[in-house]
Design a protein around this ligand. Structure first.
Ligand code: MN
Length: 632
């Protein structure tokens, strides 16, 4: 028998003889690749392939997974192995055996039997344990274990793993790659209390079918990623105007969670930065756990990393890239989404942002540093109060907490005290700080917030570059162990204050004072030779503490404090209309060979320079400070 014509995925007509019958008379079916016994119907005619011969008849395959027997009494023509044959299903026995009989038609129409859309949504798998199901989704990770190959699959409803086994440690379905859309059929099992499909078949969906499934998942994911419509925690015009930007960032993060893309949160290593990053950490890790996948996915798909500088340093992006690329190569993980908070919005971030762009790593920023417009071409989203006429008093911790609620409103109760702590940490004078206090009245006092902020700074000093995820939860009272929190804070505050006291005893007698021509009281302290090194408080905080004491002493006057070392200066100010990033840029141009860089907030920041030019730089700096308007 000769079959002419090209098979199409949909119905196609095949003419095999001279006599023209009405072609609509006969339809024969071709079993699609994902089909199994459940898709076979008694009485229907299928195109099969001769698999082999026995005394009693001929074995016929309907596809790779289904075969039946044509008893010799039901064979009409001569066949060779692998030849095409038309068979009618006479009977499907209880044991799954299929009885076939051969039929011949001169003309017939072929229809492909698609796997009955029994594709189960991943979120429904927990109710299907012990049953065989088909799922459709995108491969989000491929991990080779010493046993099976583990495919992490994402669909519109969730994330789960499928285990496929050929031989211990050997990659199953090597043709399947990250981001492929696949249909997997297999039994739903519970392994270590975790849902897993034992894949019996994996088919890569290509062409129209693949596109259809991909589009369906993409659309549903997009909708599912849309943040909820909820009011802000407090009344604030600035925050209200930032709502679209916050929703955008929240949506990007939700989508990363739902598609099993790793998330790295980089934050300034101070109380404000920690509060912002931890609020988002709470929202994201809860959402990861909720959406299925590995039991420890909230650990390897989410990483929080403190950055020493208030910007994304080359050292930071280099580490992040190094880990991400290795995870990609070794564990088949997607490249991450990076969120920068309490940093990320200034020119100083550019070199790192450019590096991220080469690897197509998307970056979103939640910051309250004075932004440079140029960064925005490298960012997918950027929340910053300066964009809508606000200022740094609306701190990163406030913004991060509002974004976290949009990512996952279920964590609101746990994180609603974080903005007040962040406001205390960054000494915010914005009206929003007071409203965030009011929100937690009766639970945390203003002094509690200050104590917690100090404890964060103190512990972060000892943690260095580690995130201290669980320890920080105790400090912020997120771990549910209120008892430990209650014991921990007074101890940390006592430890921090004792060291600060030591430092101030050493520093204060060596502060040099002058009154500038604009009326500002200027204080200088060499923190390199008049402060303890390599202990808490570090130079930046030491300068801040000195400044706070001087502000009290000179209450009513504008005050500027410069804490400097051999090659750096830290600035704190009150009542002086400085623009530190601008002053740094000007000094860079005016003092050749100064090696000047730096920035920060408008009135709080730092400058780096080369040691040999220190006096010149400090002179230039003080000269600039004396020329800006001052007064309370
Ligand atoms: Mn901050």
């Amino acid at each position: 028998m000769v079959i002419c014509g090209i098979q199409k995925p949909s119905a196609s007509r095949i003419y095999t003889g001279e006599s023209m019958q009405d072609p609509d008379d006969v339809t024969v079916y071709r079993m699609g690749p994902g089909c199994d016994l459940n898709d076979v119907e008694e009485g229907k005619v299928y195109i099969g392939r001769v698999q082999g011969f026995a005394n009693f008849g001929t074995f016929v395959q309907l596809n790779d997974r289904v075969k039946g027997l044509c008893h010799k009494s039901n064979i009409k023509t001569q066949h060779k192995e692998r030849e095409t044959i038309l068979v009618r299903v006479k009977n499907i026995r209880n044991n799954g055996n299929i009885d076939l009989e051969e039929v011949t038609y001169p003309v017939y129409t072929v229809e492909v039997v698609e796997k009955k859309s029994t594709a189960v949504r991943l979120a429904e798998l927990s109710s299907k344990v012990g049953r065989t199901v088909s799922i459709e989704g995108e491969i989000a990770q491929i991990k080779q274990t010493s046993g099976p190959t583990i495919f992490t699959i994402v669909d519109e409803s969730g994330t789960e793993n499928a285990a496929a086994f050929v031989e211990a440690g050997v990659r199953a379905y090597p043709e399947a790659e990250l981001d492929d859309v696949v249909r997997i059929t297999g039994e739903v099992m519970l392994r270590n209390n975790q849902i897993q499909i034992e894949a019996r078949s994996l088919v890569i969906l290509t062409g129209e079918e693949g596109e259809r499934v991909r589009e369906r998942i993409e659309q549903a994911l997009d909708q599912r990623s849309e943040p909820p419509e909820i009011p802000l925690l407090i009344r604030s015009d600035v925050l209200e105007q930032l709502r679209p930007a916050m929703r955008k960032v929240a949506k990007v993060i939700r989508k990363a969670v739902f598609s099993a893309q790793p998330i790295i949160v980089r934050h300034h290593a101070d109380a404000d930065g920690i509060c912002s990053a931890v609020a988002i950490e709470q929202a994201v890790t809860a959402l990861i756990r909720e959406s299925g996948g590995d039991f420890d996915a909230d650990y390897y798909l989410f990483k929080r990393s403190p950055s020493k500088a208030p910007f994304y340093e080359i050292e930071d992006i280099t580490r992040d890239l190094d880990f991400a690329l290795k995870d990609h190569a070794r564990f088949g993980q997607k490249l991450p989404l990076v969120l920068l908070t309490d940093n990320g919005s200034t020119e100083e971030d550019l070199p790192s942002l450019k590096m991220a762009q080469i690897y197509e790593i998307p970056i979103v920023v939640v910051d309250h540093h004075h932004p440079d417009e140029i960064v925005d071409q490298y960012l997918v989203g950027h929340v910053n109060p300066y964009h809508v006429g606000g200022e740094y008093g609306i701190t990163a911790g406030m913004l991060g907490t509002e974004v976290a609620r949009l990512i996952n409103p279920a964590v609101e109760e746990q994180i609603r005290h974080l903005p007040a702590i962040a406001g205390a940490g960054d000494r915010s004078e914005a009206p929003e700080r007071k409203r965030y206090y009011e929100l937690i009245q009766g639970v945390y006092s203003e002094q509690d917030c200050k104590d917690i902020a100090l404890s964060l700074d103190y512990e972060q000093f000892w943690l260095r570059f580690n995130d201290g995820r669980e320890l920080v939860k105790d400090i912020l009272n997120l771990s549910g162990s209120g008892d430990r929190h209650k014991k921990l804070i007074p101890l940390l505050v006592e430890g921090a204050n004792a060291l600060i006291e030591d430092q101030m005893n050493a520093c204060m007698p060596n502060v040099r004072h002058q009154t500038l021509s604009n009326g500002a009281e200027l204080f200088r302290i060499d923190v390199e030779i008049h402060a303890h090194k390599f202990t808490f408080p570090p130079p930046g905080k030491t300068s801040g503490e000195v400044h706070d004491r001087l502000c009290q002493q000179y209450a009513g006057s504008p005050v500027v404090t410069i804490g400097f070392g051999p090659d750096f200066a830290v600035l704190r100010s009150k009542g002086v209309m400085m623009n530190i990033p601008k002053m740094v840029r000007e000094l860079r141009d005016e003092i050749p060979g100064g090696g000047i860089s730096g920035g920060g907030h408008l009135v709080v920041g730092s400058i780096k320079f080369v040691e040999g030019m220190r006096e010149k730089v400090l002179e230039g700096l003080i000269e600039k400070i004396s020329r800006v308007p001052a007064g309370l």
